[in-house]
Ligand binder design. Structure first.
Ligand code: NAI
Ligand code: MG
Length: 398
């Protein structure tokens, strides 16, 4: 087996801890790789005025595969104040480096699977007939368009005259917003393009076919957001009819989907959505299978083969400085399994997933979230596993 080079980007806060633990698991599982550290995050914003330095982009261009922990993002004004006075003079504007990374490499396909672990004390339960308690098995794969839509960054406050004038040509803008003073208007656009909408919808259908899911649900809002959501749904209808006639196509609205989330989550298979609704619906389903400590993701560009794999959670700054880290590394470990799938190391991925499933089912080693404790430094004294304990338990099973 040849040695791979993986760009390891710990980022900020707990990102640093969980990535180290995941790499320890990968090593013990027999994955043969070198890890080169990629700089990203708050420290590089403060010291260099760039949270995503060019050298990190170069590393990813060269090695193609990245593992990412989490970054800390702050609002524009707070970010400006964090800069040294020297850098403040340069008129730099902070923007999230992980969003920047996705856009720079066109990592347009984001896959967030949410699958119940047998025996996880955090599994969703609901009341069934005659007051019985049911624990529905969730197994969904959410495909989120990762580069366009509401997170595309095309937005203005007090839009410049060309933009404002163009907006005024739209009768609805004119009648609903035309009387507001321009300096009181903020606009965030939701742009979908045919190429990338088709790519995410096709990726969803292909995944359904490959892994035997019988439905793909477009979770948008085409009855109201007619142009963008409408385009995605229409495209899904055509793709289903022409290329995947045996897979059912369902259409849900994001608001109704959130209501159904707890009513019948076991009914859904593959779900596809734009950037923001994909973000929402994936967090919703993650809550049913254990929350942020379990939610993993892959994001990749099918044309270039560049992929970055990361837990959905952020840097959880309030837990970052505990003398012993208490957060759950499973989301990061699972994200690295998605990396292994992507580079055709399914066997090692399968071994790690089995080890995680066994540890979860045994319930002997549980991080504070699994033990349903409030996340304080003293949870370790109360019997919760530390981040390292959990990784050790997984390693022991390998
Ligand atoms: P967060 O995901 O960092 O934390 C929210 C809460 O979830 C935590 O306080 C903790 O209770 C729980 N949690 C998160 N990860 C966990 C884990 N591995 N095990 C157990 N519990 C866990 O989100 P928050 O607090 O909204 O944001 C903190 C910072 O992270 C912000 O600066 C935000 O911008 C950034 N962020 C970065 C993301 C990324 O790097 N992809 C994604 C989300 C937020
Ligand atoms: Mg999110």
């Amino acid at each position: 087996m040849s040695t791979r080079t993986i760009v390891a980007m710990p980022g900020d806060g707990i990102g640093k801890v969980v990535l180290d633990e995941a790499i320890r698991v990968l090593n013990k599982a027999g994955f043969n790789a070198d890890y080169i550290e990629g700089d990203i995050g708050w420290e590089f914003w403060r010291n260099e005025g760039n949270p995503l330095p060019q050298r990190t982009l170069d590393l990813i261009t060269e090695h193609k595969i990245g593992l990412f922990g989490a970054i800390t993002s702050k609002p524009k004004d707070d970010a400006f104040e964090a800069l040294s006075p020297e850098l403040q003079k340069k008129g730099l504007i902070y923007s999230s480096p992980i969003v920047g990374l996705r856009q720079h490499f066109g990592l347009d396909i984001c896959l967030r699977p949410c699958k119940t672990y047998t025996g996880n004390p955090l599994n969703f339960i609901r009341r069934g007939p005659n007051d019985s308690i049911e624990e529905p098995e969730v197994d969904v794969a959410i495909f989120r368009q990762n580069t366009e839509g509401l997170y595309g960054g095309v937005e203005w406050s007090n839009p410049p005259p060309q933009v404002y004038d163009a907006l005024m040509t739209h009768p609805k803008f004119k009648s609903n917003f035309g009387t507001a003073p321009v300096e009181e208007v903020s606009v965030s656009t939701r742009i979908f393009t045919k190429k990338y909408t088709e790519r995410i919808v096709r990726a969803a259908f292909e995944h359904a076919k490959k892994y035997g899911y019988n439905s793909v649900t477009v979770c948008e809002k085409p009855n109201v957001i007619r142009e963008t959501s409408g385009m995605m749904y229409k495209m899904a209808q055509n793709i289903q009819k022409d290329d995947f006639p045996t897979i059912e196509l369902w259409n849900t609205n994001i608001d109704a989907q959130m209501m159904w989330l707890t009513k019948n989550p076991e009914n859904y298979g593959v779900i596809v959505a734009g950037n923001m609704f994909g973000d929402i619906v994936s967090d919703g389903f993650a809550g049913l299978i254990g929350g942020l400590g379990f939610a993993c993701s892959a994001q990749y560009n099918p044309e270039t083969g560049i992929g970055v794999f990361e837990p959905t959670h952020g840097s959880a700054p309030k837990y970052a400085d505990y003398p012993v880290s208490i957060v759950n590394p499973i989301a990061m470990v699972e994200s690295s399994c998605m990396m292994l799938d992507f580079i055709d190391e399914q066997e090692i991925a399968g071994n790690i997933r089995k080890a995680v499933a066994d540890v979860v089912q045994e319930r002997k080693v549980q991080t504070y979230d699994m033990a349903k404790m409030t996340g304080r430094a003293n949870v370790i004294e109360k019997g919760a596993a530390s981040t390292t304990d959990m990784a050790n338990a997984i390693i022991e099973k390998l």
